[in-house]
Design a protein around this ligand. Structure first.
Ligand code: SAH
Ligand code: SF4
Ligand code: F3S
Length: 477
């Protein structure tokens, strides 16, 4: 069957958004035809491997697939399976290759099946070579800079027998108003900026996500207003370093100012954001957080290391003392603010003394929770070139010591809330017991309580009966 008849090159509109809408329509016709042939609806499954930004990209892709007439399913035995990859640590990449083998076996049994790969890992030329050579059954490969072209690339892939690969090095284009399929009806991530300019010495993100670009505040507000009209009560503003938001806009605006605008949106109840780089966290932002009724009591403030020597080498632009001062300033001003963090163990050249500095910050700050990572060497980053990489057994020992301290502290912190009455946003039916509902406190902790489905998306008050380590059992009051 020649599906090319469904789109005519001469008819392709010029404006990017119209162009993509045109391809969505073309794909919808092809999908309808294929469904007819197969005598069933065609299905898709999009799997996200990375961070919230990656997840938001997946929602955009799902929105387009929905409009094309595909039906979403959770199972990878689907007619279109897309892996939205992450490459921040080596094990993220390994997972993808492991699972591709399984997809191949499914594809052999389903003549309609197409496999796509996108996301950060695809921005690495070596990975593309591997896919071209060893994973020839993949149909479509694209990167992080041309997601807005998904409709077009997918349509071309629908009518092509060979692998379609389209990777851009960078872009300054931001295409607004493409369809989005939200995972939750009542909460949503919103990109406020893309890319990163910080080049922390260990990190691959700036290489795979490109230079920092802020979205126009008007577009952000308009998007949130539309979401609120559609039932959203909580938004998570997303960027690799939200504190530098707006600096490069034609009419510069600070992140704190943006937050104040978002706060004004009627009907919106909760505002979260990710991630705050300590080097750019302003007093203005602390003021705005302290005076806000909507900004959640949760600040993710990645430490990475407690050693000033390592922090300098990591290109983080703050010292141990500056970090402590900042965290204390926030705690003093907003005592119920939960502070969470990311820590890397085993960065090249890390001595026992450096590690003890990290433990010292952990002791002093008493994080509500912390993500701890073993340093992973990322090709192309400055840290990867160093010859003082730390032996595995030393790293493992430090990692275990850190993790145990971090967990003990977060248990103690969580325990302190036992017996309190708190507001939670009800998110879903408990996955183990359907008489329970699961919700989140302002500080991001999880609470399970007896309730029913009708509460999903509403904010209710619960009494925290018991702390079970990382979560609470509660009851409605
Ligand atoms: N932009 C965010 C971080 C995004 S990546 C920030 O600066 O805070 C999320 C976390 O992954 C980082 O905070 C860091 O702790 C971890 N990470 C990044 N590169 C890593 C690497 N090469 N090895 C181990 N962990 C890494
Ligand atoms: Fe990576 Fe640093 Fe940018 Fe975060 S701020 S994404 S750790 S380079
Ligand atoms: Fe991973 Fe890319 Fe996010 S590398 S952490 S998915 S920005």
């Amino acid at each position: 069957m020649d599906y090319n008849e469904f789109f005519l090159e001469s008819k392709i509109p010029e404006s990017e958004i119209e162009r993509q809408r045109y391809f969505i329509k073309c794909a919808a016709q092809i999908v309808a035809k294929k469904s007819q042939e197969a005598n069933r609806k065609l299905t898709y499954c999009v799997t996200t491997f990375g961070c919230q930004m990656n997840a938001r990209d997946s929602e955009k892709i799902c929105g387009i697939l929905d409009e094309m007439g595909f039906v979403p399913i959770e199972d990878e035995n689907a007619d279109f399976v897309l892996y939205n990859t992450c490459t921040v640590r080596e094990n993220a990449n390994n997972k993808v290759y492991g699972r591709l083998g399984y997809l191949h076996s499914l594809k052999k049994k389903n003549p309609y099946m197409m496999i796509g790969l996108c996301g950060c890992m695809m921005q690495e030329p070596d990975e593309i070579e591997t896919i071209k050579n060893k994973y020839k059954f993949v149909d479509l490969v694209f990167g992080t800079h041309n997601i807005f072209k998904f409709a077009e690339l997918f349509t071309r892939s629908l009518v092509s027998d060979s692998m379609i690969i389209d990777i851009w090095k960078d872009t300054d284009q931001i295409v607004e108003d493409l369809p989005v399929h939200r995972k939750y009806p009542f909460k949503s991530g919103i990109n406020i900026m893309f890319g990163c300019n910080n080049f922390c010495s260990y990190c691959i993100v700036p290489y795979v996500r490109g230079r920092e670009r802020s979205r126009n505040p008007k577009d952000i507000i308009r998007e949130i207003e539309k979401l609120v009209d559609d039932g959203v009560v909580e938004v998570m503003l997303l960027g690799q370093n939200v504190n530098s938001y707006g600096k490069n806009l034609e009419d510069p605006i600070t992140f704190a100012q943006l937050l104040q605008e978002v706060e004004k949106i009627e009907g919106l109840k909760r505002i979260r954001f990710m991630t705050s780089h300590p080097k750019d966290l302003s007093d203005e932002l602390i003021d705005v957080m302290a005076n806000s009724n909507k900004i959640c009591k949760h600040l993710h403030l990645p430490l990475q290391s407690g050693s000033s020597k390592l922090l300098k080498d990591m290109n983080r632009h703050y010292t141990k003392e500056q970090y402590l001062e900042l965290a204390n300033k926030i705690r003093n001003r907003i005592p119920d603010m939960a502070i969470t963090t990311d820590i890397i163990v085993g960065y090249p050249g890390e001595t026992e003394e450096d590690f003890l500095d990290t433990l010292d910050v952990v002791e002093q700050i008493q994080y509500d929770s912390a993500f701890t990572f073993i340093y992973s060497k990322r090709t192309g980053t400055p840290a990867a070139k160093r010859d003082d990489q730390i032996p595995e057994d030393v790293v493992k020992d430090r990692f275990d010591r850190l993790l145990s301290r971090v967990q003990d502290i977060s248990h103690e912190k969580a325990k302190a809330y036992e017996g309190k009455d708190v507001e939670i946003l009800v998110e879903e039916v408990n996955s183990h017991d359907d008489s329970l509902m699961t919700g989140r406190m302002s500080n991001n902790s999880t609470v399970h309580f007896p309730g029913d489905k009708s509460m999903i998306g509403s904010i209710v008050k619960v009494h925290l009966n018991e702390c079970k380590g990382f979560y609470y059992m509660g009851e409605l009051i």
